[in-house]
Design a protein around this ligand. Sequence first.
Ligand SMILES: Cc1cc2nc3c(=O)[nH]c(=O)nc-3n(C[C@H](O)[C@H](O)[C@H](O)COP(=O)(O)O)c2cc1C
Length: 183
Amino acid sequence: MSEILNTIMYRVSSPRLSAPAPEKQELDIFFRCAVRAPDHGRIRPWRFVVLQGRALEDLGAAFEAAQPEADEAQKLRLRAMPLRAPMIIVTIAKLDPEHKKVPVWEQQVAAGIATQHIQLAAKELGYGSMWRTGPMTESAPVKAFFDLQSGEQIVAFLYVGRVDGEPREADFQSLDEIVEYRD
Ligand SMILES: Cc1cc2nc3c(=O)[nH]c(=O)nc-3n(C[C@H](O)[C@H](O)[C@H](O)COP(=O)(O)O)c2cc1C
């Protein structure tokens, strides 16, 4: 099978990731792949933020602030969440609800595809990743952390790093249940 089919078909998420994080040259490749996502109207409805080091701790503080009612144990867990990988690539969709031709859902899909291109490029360059979101994406402290403007929405916290341990085996749905052929 070709490399690209292999990369797509056997990609799995990796919850356990460790250093090293991708280097700048590799990140440039990720983002060149990202911006090749199909994008109705070529409106480029995305921006990306790369977090590592201290910035991951700062995001943990924003996660903690997002849940002021959390008890001490939960606060600790929230603060530690972003440290599950050496790098997080954040996709922020830039949505234009007034666009004449392209509804918001299509803009969101485009930003999602851009994220998936990064996931696949990461796999191709030997990195694992895991796409996460969660209720904190909608919280005021996290929105402020990313300086979200009106119409912007966090679509992904893509945790990236070297895979710890053996990757899970890819599983496949029964195609008969999900694909219908007509002619
Ligand atoms: C938009 C989006 C948000 C997601 N958010 C989470 C999340 O917050 N936590 C989580 O465990 N998985 C989340 N996932 C799912 C995982 O990234 C992953 O796809 C899922 O665990 C299936 O594993 P696989 O990719 O190996 O098939 C999300 C996926 C998408 C597309």
